[in-house]
Every structure is written in structure tokens, then in C-alpha cells.
Design a protein around this ligand. Structure first.
Ligand SMILES: Cc1cc2nc3c(=O)[nH]c(=O)nc-3n(C[C@H](O)[C@H](O)[C@H](O)COP(=O)(O)OP(=O)(O)OC[C@H]3O[C@@H](n4cnc5c(N)ncnc54)[C@H](O)[C@@H]3O)c2cc1C
Length: 323
């Protein structure tokens, strides 16, 4: 008979090494386990939070007074160029398996931390690619209706760092994903993955615990009207002048200006609160340099938002999730 663990520190499941205890904790190794845990939590009237790799989460110092449920389903089945993968598989492990089988389509995710379930929920993306690009279908568990649902990629309503699962805000748990990949060249695939990993090591402050980019990049159309002379010029020059500063416009996967550059131009590189610091290396990262608490990180998030708004009149929106 499965059993919930009690009073489990969440900081060891957090890429940030930040977070208080979960009152109850359960690692579900199968779809059946997920269903059992949800049923049990309902019986005990416990709120449920779904935890993946903890790489995009700021967990509060007070922890969670309910059940933290970790879908740790680890199956990977390859049939030709179709890959069925459990939500708990790390993206890094998936990439190893698909590269070994010469399957192309996920190379953009080289160095992307976290699980397949987390990547689906937030439609993770980088280097012009997004997880949605190769999804054929997603199986999930509907917590309200207590039933398994299968959706096509279109029905998942993927958008920029968004999906139907994010919209449902915990009411649906990703169980497994089917990717439709393409036959490719093993050497080429491995080369691109390694390049992405090298780029991340060179540009991201991986020497300190972190949760990746704190804010979404800012869509160009939020700064100037899409189709306007200024918008078109920004695209043509791949640059944009804002209050005396020059911002490069990049594709992510549509034209954006970098949140990191906005924070940097607001003079916040290296600013710290308690044990947390806005990374001087990549200012869209807030790093845990010295036993930071969630309160320290929250203070820097508030500061970055208010300074960027004050200087550029641009509202920054968090990419990370808060618990
Ligand atoms: C160094 C670094 C670099 C990063 N670079 C990128 C990048 O380039 N692009 C990018 O998009 N992200 C990036 N991230 C953020 C993060 O890695 C991704 O968002 C990742 O997909 C999150 O997956 P996770 O399993 O860690 O999710 P978690 O952090 O555990 O959870 C994130 C959210 O997803 C939900 N969730 C998790 N699993 C499931 C599930 N099975 N079903 C339903 N909901 C679920 C959680 O409830 C939570 O709300 C980076 C993070 C780090 C630390």
C-alpha cells in the first residue's frame, strides 16, 4: 500500500536550494500512483501541488501545507521516430536517448534542465525552438473529473511559455507525452546539443543555485505597436532605442527585447538582498549566493519590476512559478 511521506524539506527538490517543508510528499512512479495520490488527497481534503524538477519554481520559506505530488513516471518507449515518454523523465535524459537513436527535433533543448512534464506545462523553449514543435499528443490526469485525457498538440493550446495545463493551474497533471521526431544524423544532432550546453555554461551563472530566467522576455509589440514604423524599423535593424539605451531585438520565438538587458540598463547588475543577487553575468537570473530565503528573491523580483517600469515604462512578467 503506498503512503505519503510527512514533513519533507522541499529545498532539496528545488534547483534554488530554497523552500520550507511539505506537510505531505509523494513520488508517483506510475499513472496508477498519480490517481491513487489525488484520490487520497481529496479524501483528506488536502490541496495538491505538482512538482517536476523544481527548476522553474520559487518555493516559499514556509513550504506547503498540503500534498506535494511528484509525477516520477520514467518510461521511455521508442517506435521508429515516435517517442513516448513519462512526465518525470529529465529532458537531459530524453535528449541522450533520442540522440543515441539518431532522432532529431529536440536539439534546441540541449542543457534545458527539468522534466518533460514541466517543459510541457510551460512550453519551454530556447534558441528558437519550443517543446510544442515536436509534440504529437499529451496524456494527462484531470483532477476534477478523475479521468485520463489525451490531447493532440493543437488541443494543448501551446503559446509562448504557456499551455492548457498552465491555464488549468494544477487541475490537470501531465502523465506522458508522445513526440514525433525525425530521422537525422547522430553526429550532427549531438554536435548541436553540445553547442547549446556550451553556450549555457558560458552565458548563464550556473555556478550558483538558480531557477533560470526570472522574467519573460518582452514582446516587441508590447513596446511599440505591431506593424508601426518603429516596429518595422526595430525588426529591420534588430535594435530599438529606448530612453537613450539600445536594445537588441531577438526571436524568442517572435520578436522580443531581452528582460536581462532592461534590468541591466536599470542599473541592477550585482544588486543583492540577503543571500540573493541579481546576477552580474546574466541579470535575468537571480542567484542564491549565500543561503538565500524566498523573501530575499522576492525582494529582488519586486525591485527589478519597479525599476524597469520606472525607467522604461515596461511591465516585466514573471516566467518562474511561485509556491
Ligand atoms: C539554468 C536554467 C536554465 C533554464 N533555461 C530555460 C530555457 O532556456 N527555456 C525555458 O523555457 N526554461 C528554462 N528554464 C526553466 C525550467 O528549466 C523550465 O521551465 C522547465 O521546463 C521546468 O521543468 P521542471 O520539471 O523543473 O518544472 P518545475 O519547476 O518543477 O515546475 C514548474 C511548473 O510546472 C508544473 N509542473 C511540473 N510538472 C508537471 C506535470 N507533470 N504536470 C503538470 N504540471 C507540472 C509545476 O506545478 C510548476 O507550476 C531554465 C532553468 C534553469 C535552472
Amino acid at each position: 500500500m503506498p503512503k505519503f511521506k510527512e514533513d519533507i524539506s522541499l529545498s532539496k527538490f528545488s534547483h534554488y536550494k530554497i523552500g520550507g517543508p511539505a506537510r505531505f510528499f509523494f513520488e508517483a512512479k506510475s499513472e496508477k500512483d498519480v490517481q491513487w495520490a489525488v484520490k487520497e488527497a481529496k479524501k483528506r481534503r488536502l490541496p495538491v501541488f505538482i512538482l517536476g524538477g523544481g527548476t522553474n519554481l520559487l518555493i516559499g520559506d514556509n513550504g506547503f501545507d498540503g500534498l506535494v505530488l511528484r509525477p516520477a513516471i520514467q518510461d521511455i518507449t521508442v517506435k521508429g521516430s515516435t517517442v513516448m515518454v513519462g512526465a518525470g523523465v529529465l529532458m537531459a535524459d530524453l535528449l541522450k536517448r533520442t540522440a543515441a537513436r539518431s532522432l532529431a527535433g529536440l536539439e534546441w533543448a540541449g542543457g534545458l534542465p527539468g522534466t518533460v512534464g514541466g517543459a510541457i506545462r510551460g512550453n519551454a523553449g530556447c534558441f528558437g525552438g519550443e517543446v510544442k514543435d515536436t509534440v504529437a499528443s499529451v496524456r494527462s490526469f484531470d483532477v476534477k473529473k478523475m479521468k485520463v485525457v489525451t490531447r493532440t498538440a493543437k488541443q494543448c493550446a501551446f503559446a509562448y511559455r504557456h499551455s492548457i495545463f498552465k491555464k488549468k493551474n494544477g487541475a490537470e497533471i501531465v502523465l506522458s507525452v508522445t513526440f514525433a521526431l525525425a530521422k537525422g544524423n547522430k553526429k550532427e544532432i549531438t554536435k548541436v546539443i553540445q553547442e547549446r550546453i556550451r553556450y549555457r555554461k558560458a552565458h548563464h551563472p550556473l555556478e550558483h543555485p538558480n531557477i533560470g530566467s526570472i522574467f519573460k522576455n518582452v514582446p516587441l509589440h508590447a513596446v511599440c505597436r505591431k506593424g508601426s514604423v518603429r516596429y518595422e524599423k526595430a525588426l529591420r535593424d534588430l535594435g530599438l532605442a529606448l530612453k537613450g539605451s539600445q536594445f537588441s531585438v531577438k526571436t524568442d520565438p517572435f520578436p522580443v527585447i531581452s528582460a536581462g538587458k532592461l534590468i541591466s540598463e536599470s542599473g541592477l547588475r550585482g544588486v543583492s538582498a540577503g543571500g540573493a543577487m541579481i546576477s552580474p553575468k546574466h541579470p535575468n537570473f537571480i542567484v542564491n549566493v549565500l543561503d538565500a530565503g524566498s523573501v530575499d528573491v522576492a525582494r529582488l523580483i519586486t525591485l527589478a519590476k519597479s525599476e524597469v517600469r520606472r525607467k522604461f515604462r515596461i511591465p516585466l512578467e514573471e516566467e518562474v512559478q511561485l509556491l
